[in-house]
Design a protein around this ligand. Structure first.
Ligand SMILES: *[C@@H]1O[C@H](CO)[C@@H](O)[C@H](O)[C@H]1NC(C)=O
Ligand SMILES: *[C@@H]1O[C@H](CO)[C@@H](O)[C@H](O)[C@H]1NC(C)=O
Ligand SMILES: *[C@@H]1O[C@H](CO)[C@@H](O)[C@H](O)[C@H]1NC(C)=O
Ligand SMILES: *[C@@H]1O[C@H](CO)[C@@H](O)[C@H](O)[C@H]1NC(C)=O
Ligand SMILES: *[C@@H]1O[C@H](CO)[C@@H](O)[C@H](O)[C@H]1NC(C)=O
Length: 452
């Protein structure tokens, strides 16, 4: 997932609206949610923060940009240590990123046009209060369930509206990397990591990732440096109006950790090469379309994505399962139809072990630590991340089209065209918008009242 950082021209007019020398005040959009038990639910008044990687990064005490789409500016800072000392992330104007929080809902729009530039996509994390000095809100999934309502009717092919749990540090990495004196912390969205071991982070392990930093060959707004930020992740919801998938992405090491160079890149490994000991970027996933149920999810289908619906995800030891509620009716996710896969939907040890065999794939899930590492993931606190993005590397085909892009068992993931690129998705659907609302988390069975 790659994002546009706000370039200089886009920011100067915003900053110029402030008093001379003063910078943008960070005001976190509020997002109340409900914590539930068998006795009922109570409201928690939290807020959201934009990922630090998407913010304006500039010289401390000045307006010169440290790093933009083209790279780090050597006139501003020349080494990782120098850039770490010299550069600051700025407060964000959330509307400039297409973020709108109203009551208990949060919507993310794909593209936002500003006076001299535009932003594409956003990623936000849930904080543990509505105050300025918050940590991330931490969730331990095991034995619990998550429910949310979602409207993604305009989220077209090639766009991914995602809600995931990632094993970031609650303080954004401040105490894990004390030497780098990160004073921005969670309140400015620092410390992102995921199972892709992303090297597109401008700061990794608290330090500027400026060594070896080069523009991406595919994404016009992204670069990658020498280091990547790894941690396990549970993707509750990668989705658009055509397809969705749920996936678990374990790592052999369950906390935030730093990888270097090609060792970060799981897809650089040949099929017969040994595992690099990194995380599983692909994950053990469940997408009903891929599992053989093409009439389940989509416009006018059993779950009608033209209208709002509720997604409930249950994190139990033996199985992570999902079901839907729409028009007051509970809708079960159908089991796989493929011979050799369990007759049960969702993620189980058996499904995760059988999918690579049945679909003839490398077992990256086992390399990331398999079901045992998944069990560790469910027991550790994680951060809730919400995003909307396009994918310049493979245009989301892993979610909604053919991937790899030729016919074969398990390669069809949705009904989207195989030959469309991310530029087309942005150009044709700039106003694609996902709205999540009424988020509830608590013990299994506590978040939704089910009609018989
Ligand atoms: C959350 O905010 C609502 C009003 O918006 C208030 O009624 C409620 O008491 C607050 N809850 C807590 C725990 O502060
Ligand atoms: C960082 O580099 C800039 C530009 O070369 C220089 O002006 C500045 O003094 C350096 N800062 C530190 C702390 O080394
Ligand atoms: C935010 O969403 C609310 C509710 O849908 C809407 O009334 C309001 O106009 C939106 N604000 C912006 C700035 O788009
Ligand atoms: C937000 O809540 C207020 C007060 O309950 C209500 O009047 C308004 O319609 C709500 N707005 C949206 C977009 O749900
Ligand atoms: C990862 O490795 C693959 C295969 O060698 C290569 O095509 C891809 O560009 C690499 N990605 C990154 C981010 O280095």
């Amino acid at each position: 997932m790659l994002f546009t950082s706000l370039p200089l021209l886009a920011v100067l007019p915003l900053a110029a609206a402030q008093q001379a020398g003063s910078l943008e005040k960070e005001v976190h959009p509020k997002l109340p949610w409900s914590r539930c038990t068998a006795d009922g639910c109570r409201q928690v008044n939290d807020s959201l923060v934009l990922d630090a990687n998407m913010r304006w990064l500039h010289q401390v005490g000045g307006y010169r940009t440290c790093c933009d789409d083209l790279g780090w500016d050597p006139n501003v800072c020349r080494s990782s240590a120098n850039c770490t000392d010299t550069c600051a992330v700025e407060g964000a104007q959330y509307s400039a990123y297409g973020v709108n929080a109203t009551n208990d809902s949060i919507s993310l729009r794909l593209k936002t046009n500003l006076d001299y530039a535009s932003t594409v996509g956003s990623r936000l994390f849930l904080l543990d209060s509505a105050s300025e000095n918050s940590y991330y809100q931490m969730f331990t999934l095991r034995g619990n369930e998550l429910a949310f309502d979602v409207d993604l009717s305009t989220v077209a092919c090639g766009i991914n509206s995602a809600l995931r749990f990632v094993a970031m540090d609650a303080d954004g990495g401040v105490s894990r990397f004390p030497a780098t004196a990160n004073t921005a912390g969670a309140a400015y969205g620092t410390g992102y990591c995921d199972a892709r071991c992303s090297r597109d982070q401008r700061f990794v392990g608290g330090k500027a990732n400026s060594d070896g930093w080069v523009p991406s060959e595919t994404d016009p707004s992204s670069c990658a440096g020498k280091y990547g930020a790894c941690c396990p992740e549970f993707a509750v919801w990668n989705s658009n109006a055509h397809s969705f998938s749920m996936s678990s992405h374990p790592c052999p090491q369950s906390d935030y950790h730093v990888c270097e160079g090609l060792l970060c890149n799981a897809s650089a490994r040949a099929p017969d090469e040994p595992s690099s000991g990194q995380c599983d970027p692909r994950g053990c996933s469940y997408n009903p379309f891929r599992m053989g149920n093409q009439g389940f999810y989509g416009q006018g289908k059993a779950v009608d994505t033209a209208r709002k619906f509720t997604v409930v995800t249950r994190f139990e030891d033996a199985r992570v399962s999902q079901f839907f509620v729409q028009d007051g009716k509970t809708i079960a996710v159908p089991p796989p139809t493929w011979v050799g896969l369990p007759r049960e939907s969702g993620l189980t040890a058996e499904t995760c072990a059988q999918v690579p065999a049945v679909f003839g794939e490398r077992d990256s899930f086992a390399e990331g630590g398999g079901w045992r590492a998944h069990a560790v993931l469910l027991r550790r606190p994680m951060v809730l991340a919400m995003s909307i993005s396009v994918d310049y590397d493979s245009n989301n085909r892993w979610l909604d089209s053919l991937y790899p892009p030729q016919d074969g068992a398990g390669q069809a993931r949705g009904d989207c065209p195989v030959d469309e690129d991310a530029f087309t998705a942005v150009a044709q659907h700039p106003n694609a918008k996902v709205t999540w609302s009424n988020i509830r988390f608590g013990t299994v069975g506590s978040t939704v009242a089910l009609n018989p």
